[in-house]
Design a protein around this ligand. Structure first.
Ligand SMILES: CC(C)(COP(=O)(O)OP(=O)(O)OC[C@H]1O[C@@H](n2cnc3c(N)ncnc32)[C@H](O)[C@@H]1OP(=O)(O)O)[C@@H](O)C(=O)NCCC(=O)NCCS
Length: 396
């Protein structure tokens, strides 16, 4: 078995193993879209007797963490053919990929896990949660009307390509868990209206909320129109909606909830601290359902800690079996030290508190951190505290 970097014309072979589990060969159109956003040298292949049997790739992200923006590997297209599973091929791919990420100086790696059982052993920890909703429009009333002072405009694909990215960029820069999207990403992914993704609904609709000529919020959605016994059972399927501040966010959601003819509004991948909880008169009616979203790997613990500019006096002893260069004791500024530790934990559990999704107190209640000095848990929580939940609005 050889593990190696892909050549320029090998993207298709690298996509094929995971594509197999989606039930098809990689569609030509998908391969072309990946070509636009993934550099071949970021794809690792497992090859046996001239046949590619597994692969793992990484996008190059500028990724927001509390207080900073860091380069991060966005791990994607991971798969091993069923004929070769459980022979250690993923482990070899993860080895090659994490060594590569480390050499490139990217302190973080992140991914969406198809199954929660796969990545913990490689040092990834659950680092963000997300929610999905299904809200009947009759229960969509707000406690108070938003006062955004703006107006709405439906956008063509070309208009959206100009108007939406600046709004996204403002939100992404201050939301841990989000990453910058270059133009190719918008064209090939976020605004790409794939027929295969419509699932019975209509074309992608893009709307912008503008104030004083400047975009302040947007939504990308589809309408799925239907009637039953003469009554609408139509659904507004929100693909992505966000605003630069509270009024703008409330405004765009008011717009979605006011779509005539439609019976319900559904959305997935929402932040767990979504303002809808406090805006709606009937928040329970959202049927907000929680799940894990982003998994994070601190590839360079020292750099990752330093970037958070944490204040406080706590010594962390971090264990990292898969990337032993991280093993050791750290002060909160990220320096490696020899002092007696106050807390001991695995690198995957540190990832769970890093973006602010969980606290050290929660880790302790789950038996995932050892408090060696009394009071260290609350001191660490005071240092790591963030004022918003991490949010990754997109599966990649
Ligand atoms: C997940 C997948 C890549 C694993 O590849 P693999 O080559 O079989 O993995 P390995 O042989 O290196 O497994 C390493 C360890 O992880 C465990 N493991 C791997 N996949 C697992 C899974 N899905 N659930 C639970 N444990 C798993 C193995 O049992 C093994 O454990 P061990 O060391 O205690 O024996 C492969 O099963 C696959 O392609 N699945 C479908 C596509 C997919 O889910 N891709 C991930 C997208 S995020």
């Amino acid at each position: 078995m050889e593990i190696r970097q892909a050549k320029a014309d090998e993207l298709r072979s690298g996509i094929a193993p995971v594509s197999h589990y989606f039930g098809s060969e990689p569609a030509e159109e998908n391969v072309r879209r990946f070509e636009r956003v993934l550099r071949p040298e970021r794809m690792h292949l497992a090859e046996e007797d001239g046949q590619v049997v597994g692969g793992a790739s990484a996008f190059e992200f500028q990724f927001t963490v509390p207080g900073a923006i860091l380069p991060a590997a966005g791990v994607t297209i991971v798969g091993v053919l069923p004929t070769h599973r459980r022979q250690g091929i993923l482990t070899q791919l993860m080895r090659a990929q994490l060594d590569d990420i480390h050499e490139r100086g990217e302190p973080l790696a992140c991914l969406w896990a198809s199954e929660e059982t796969i990545y913990g052993r490689f040092g990834y920890g659950m680092a963000a949660l997300c929610g999905e909703i299904e809200l009947q429009r009759v229960y969509g009333k707000f406690r108070k009307q938003p006062e955004h002072g703006g107006s709405f405009r439906l956008l063509s694909f070309e208009e959206a390509l100009e108007a939406i990215p600046p709004v996204y960029a403002r939100v992404a820069a201050e939301t841990p868990g989000m990453f910058a999207r270059p133009r190719e990403w918008w064209e090939a992914r976020a605004l790409h209206d794939s027929e295969a993704r419509r699932d019975g609904a209509g074309e992608m609709v893009r709307v912008l909320l503008e104030r004083d000529g400047q975009g302040i919020a947007y939504a990308i959605y589809r309408l799925k129109m239907d009637f039953e016994a003469g009554n609408s059972t139509g659904e507004v399927r929100v693909l992505e909606a966000m605003g630069v501040d509270g009024e703008a966010t409330a405004g765009i959601w008011r717009f979605l909830l006011d779509t005539d003819w439609m019976d319900s509004v559904t959305a997935e991948l929402l932040p767990v601290d979504h303002p809808l909880f406090l805006l709606l008169e009937h928040p329970r009616r959202m049927r907000f359902r929680l799940g894990d979203s982003l998994w994070l790997r601190l590839v360079d613990v020292g750099v990752a800690l330093a970037a958070r500019s944490l204040e406080g006096d706590v010594v962390l002893e971090v264990g990292d079996a898969f990337c032993p260069w991280n093993d050791g004791r750290y002060s909160l500024d990220g320096s490696k030290i020899i002092e007696k530790p106050d807390l001991r934990l695995d690198v995957s559990d540190l990832a769970s508190v890093y973006l602010g999704a969980f606290t050290f107190a929660q880790l302790r209640r789950a038996g995932r951190v050892e408090e060696l000095t009394e009071g260290a848990i609350s001191r660490a929580d005071a240092a790591f505290r963030t004022d918003r939940a991490p949010w990754c609005p997109e599966i990649f």
